[in-house]
Every structure is written in structure tokens, then in C-alpha cells.
Ligand binder design. Structure first.
Ligand code: ADE
Length: 230
């Protein structure tokens, strides 16, 4: 079983529309849709925005559905001038930029009393995603790198610069690292796939609504093709 998590309705509705033999089950106040996507058994959930919602969904996918893989698909703000709106970022790893225990002497982003704070993504899932993206989105640039997540829509140069300087991420969003951590705790391979909707700067609030749909189209096409290849 492959678990697929999107935060917002727009991120999951197009996948839901092409799933077959759908059944809906409810856990922790969310609908979990099981069925076939391009011939694969999947369970799809719209988890809601933010790290807590995301972690709960990943835990349900690992614990109740015993998923072998967890994929997080959606949109993100770019943290790198080379990465433009519409481009795709595939996670090499993920961390929480708003984990802050500096008051007790820990570096920003470090989770105290836990061996790992940067969660490595599955390279085999990433290779499949890359090949799938090249096939169905031939005009879209693909980047592989760090995803940094926090309970914050990043929309200022200043905040962006601080995150980039500290964490060297390729994109920022609000769920990926929480899913990564829950996947790591359950020993389930994961991948975050994000299409860029904005540049996480002072123009982010303007760009986000206009480019969101185009960005989502790229990630949905990629995930569908990935199911055929997996
Ligand atoms: N998702 C899409 N764009 C984002 C941004 N700029 N910050 C956080 N999450 C996002």
C-alpha cells in the first residue's frame, strides 16, 4: 500500500478524481480514501495545513494502513534563485526550520534528545519520481535537495534569508518534515514532491494564488506517472 498525503483540497482532488474502487474511512477527523491509482493500491488523504496535521496523517498511514511508502505531494516556496515557479523539488532530506531550542543551547532546527533532526528521504522513490517527471513534465526543471518545513507561510525576504543561511534548503512548505519525521519513527521510506508556487519573498502572497493551480498540475501528473513506474 502506498500512502499519499496532500495538505489542501486542490492538492488531492485531481488524484481522487482518477482513483478507482474508492472507499472512504475516517480517522482522526480526516477522510482516508483507499483505491487504485494507475493500477497501484493507494490510500490518499487531505491532511490539512501544518506540521501537526501532517504528522497525524503520516502516523495513520504507517500505523493503520501499514503503508510501505509515504509520498507527500503539493506546492512550496522556492529558497533558491535557480528554482523558479512551476519547477519541481524532490526531497533528499527534510527538517523543521521552526524547531527552536536555542534557549537551552541547541542549534536551531535540532530536536533535543533525538539522534536525528534531518530526515533522509528514500533515494529509490526519488529516482522513480525523477524519471516520472522527465516523462510527463518534460519542460519542467527538477531539483533534488533539502525541504525545510515550518508552521509558517514564508513571505518576506528577511525570513527567507535567515532560513536559507541556516538550513540551505531548496524549498519551504508546512508539512514535509513532519511527514518525514513520522515516517522515520515508523521506519517507512518517504518522499516529498513539491512544485514551486512562489518565491517565499515579498511577492509570495501575490504569486501564490496565481501559480498554485499550475504548480499543482505538475505534481499531480508526476505522482500519477510514478504509480505506473513504482
Ligand atoms: N507553500 C507554498 N508556498 C509557501 C511558502 N512561501 N511558505 C510556506 N509554505 C508554502
Amino acid at each position: 500500500m502506498i500512502g499519499i498525503i496532500g495538505a489542501m483540497q486542490e492538492e488531492v482532488e485531481d488524484l481522487k478524481a482518477v482513483m478507482k474502487d474508492c472507499r472512504v474511512e475516517r480517522h482522526a477527523s480526516r477522510d482516508y480514501i483507499t483505491g487504485e491509482l494507475e493500477g497501484r493500491d493507494v490510500v490518499l488523504v487531505q491532511c490539512g495545513v501544518g506540521k501537526v496535521n501532517a504528522a497525524i496523517a503520516a502516523e495513520v498511514l504507517a500505523g493503520i494502513y501499514k503503508c510501505n511508502y509515504i509520498i507527500n505531494t503539493g506546492i512550496a516556496g522556492s529558497l533558491n534563485t535557480a528554482i523558479d515557479i512551476g519547477d519541481i523539488v524532490l526531497s533528499t532530506d527534510a527538517l523543521q526550520h521552526d524547531m527552536d531550542v536555542t534557549g537551552l543551547g541547541f542549534e536551531k532546527g535540532i530536536i533535543p534528545d533525538q539522534d536525528v533532526s534531518v530526515f533522509e528521504a528514500s533515494s529509490s522513490l526519488r529516482n522513480i519520481a525523477k524519471a516520472a517527471c522527465e516523462k510527463v513534465n518534460p519542460d519542467v526543471k527538477i531539483f533534488e535537495g533539502r525541504v525545510v518545513s515550518g508552521d509558517q507561510f514564508v513571505s518576506s525576504e528577511e525570513v527567507k534569508k535567515e532560513i536559507v543561511d541556516l538550513f540551505h534548503g531548496m524549498c519551504t512548505e508546512m508539512e514535509g518534515a513532519a511527514i518525514a519525521q513520522a515516517a522515520w519513527l515508523n521506519n517507512v521510506p518517504y518522499l516529498v514532491i513539491r512544485a514551486i508556487s512562489d518565491k517565499a519573498d515579498d511577492s509570495a502572497d501575490m504569486d501564490y494564488p496565481s501559480f498554485k493551480i499550475k504548480a499543482i498540475e505538475h505534481s499531480v501528473r508526476l505522482v500519477r506517472e510514478m504509480m505506473r513506474m513504482i
